[in-house]
Write a protein that binds this ligand. Sequence first.
Ligand code: SF4
Length: 249
Amino acid sequence: MSTAPKDLAETPMAEKALAIHRRLCGVYGCPIPYFHDLDPVSELISSLLSHRTRNADSGRAFKALRARFNDWDSLVTAPTEEVQALIAGVTWPELKAPRIQAVLRAVQARAGSLDLAFLRDMPVAEARSWLEEIPGIGPKTGAAVLSFSDLRMPALPVDSHHHRVAQRTGLIGPKVDVGPAHAILRAQLPADWDAQKLYDNHEILMLHGQRCCFHRNPACGACAVLDLCPTGQARTESRRPDRTAALHP
Ligand code: SF4
């Protein structure tokens, strides 16, 4: 699945990725506690709900589904309008309701049941491929199922915050989309990193995007990785008063 060169972990970019990881671990405190302890199918549903949606809203929608259905098989056969009404608080409920049902139907067809525990016995790349062959499951959802669920497998999800910080710090190019960024960013980190370390890497870059490297007006002056970030250096440089002009008005 990975299109990134295998020796990327030995490049200067990998050194930079490690330097950023160490620095941000110091800021946000690694190891970061896991925020979920769901089985993989529940995590899959949670992840599909969360796309472009605030955590609080997708969390409420997930709880509403849990409260309504005794098991996820019942969700698959429920009227789609009912599922849509239950998840009305997320973005695009009219798209997500049929998509969730279709994805779960595909899991049933391929795995024989709504049980993804068998993924634990696969190498990560194989488990990701298995998931991503299902229409509606992209690299982020596949990695989230493996990393965030109780499978606790070493996969690296990349959300929009993580992606933004990676682009601004130059870990990935400005035109690399979220999907392809997964393989590149994973390949920059040591191959033998365990699930917790990769989870930490995702979480600290995501937290940094939420708390410092804002979509608009990143707080570069207060950023712990300013010296490693070409975007931040360019921004702070351009805001510095022109001393030549001050000396020679
Ligand atoms: S220096 Fe600025 S642009 Fe770079 S990571 Fe920090 S906040 Fe983001």
